[in-house]
Design a protein around this ligand. Structure first.
Ligand code: UDP
Length: 236
């Protein structure tokens, strides 16, 4: 597959067209942003960790019946994916209280929920990704009721597969964000990435944070945390 022109540059990835209109190449950067874009920085090696980990997890999910955009890893940083139109919903699943949940409800981090939760936010930088419920999404034509039900069911399935997998690596999957996309025929597949940028990972024994919170909260050891997650997944 031949790489053509850059279509888009986001905060953490670039997207290129290819000689086939149904496929694009994503290229993962080391750039990191947080706090609604206010905080910017570089996490050395992050692009390769996120690309490789996300591809591995997407393949694990495919095997477990979750359709994804993944096609083929080209290199440490570059991957061919099916071209989709992203559904402008960020789907957040939580197993343990942390981050904006802890803040919004005035509780400490680390409360293990009896059942996982789901929430949506409207993917819109200018509006700062406002929280959105299913009725709002339907009213705004973001997705149909059936699509939202399907997305929710898939997101909970992703949670079950990933929670069990990470536990085998001694990692608690605290929460994560998913994005879905539509193929030309309207089929919805899991898209974007699953990585320490988009998940909270805590060491199962020590609760040490092994994700982007180290960057968001200026905790230090950011690169080491990404490297440690790489080591747990790939043994390197
Ligand atoms: N998340 C993300 N992108 C966003 C917002 C959240 O990937 O724009 C992920 C984040 O890494 C965490 C989960 O979604 O794993 C829940 O994030 P939360 O709502 O607690 O927001 P935060 O505290 O990160 O602002």
């Amino acid at each position: 597959m031949e790489k053509r022109e850059q279509l888009y540059e986001g905060k953490a990835k670039k997207v290129f067209s290819t000689d086939d209109a149904d496929y694009v190449i994503v290229s993962y950067k080391d750039d990191a942003t947080a706090l609604d874009g206010l905080k910017k920085g570089i996490i050395a090696g992050k692009g390769a960790v996120n690309n490789r980990m996300s591809n591995f997890l997407m393949q694990l999910l495919e095997k477990n019946g979750v359709p994804t955009h993944f096609v083929k890893e080209l290199s440490d940083r570059e991957t061919v994916v099916r071209k989709v139109k992203i559904v402008p919903l960020e789907v957040i699943i939580r197993n343990i209280s942390a981050g904006s949940f802890a803040k919004r409800f005035g509780v400490e981090e680390g409360i293990v929920f009896a059942e996982p939760t789901v929430e949506f936010s409207y993917k819109n930088d200018e509006l700062h990704d406002p929280l959105m419920n299913a009725y709002h999404a339907i009213a705004l034509g973001v997705a149909t009721r059936e699509e939202i039900e399907w997305i929710k069911a898939m997101a909970f399935k992703v949670n079950e597969v990933l929670k069990a997998y990470f536990l085998t690596l001694g990692v608690r999957l605290v929460d994560f964000k998913l994005e879905f996309g539509r193929l030309p025929d309207g089929t919805i597949v899991l898209a974007d990435e699953i990585s320490p940028d988009t998940c909270r990972f805590w060491d199962a024994e020590t609760n040490e944070k092994l994700d982007k919170d180290r960057f968001r909260r200026d905790m230090g050891g950011v690169e080491d945390a990404y490297r440690e997650m790489m080591r747990r997944v790939f043994g390197e």
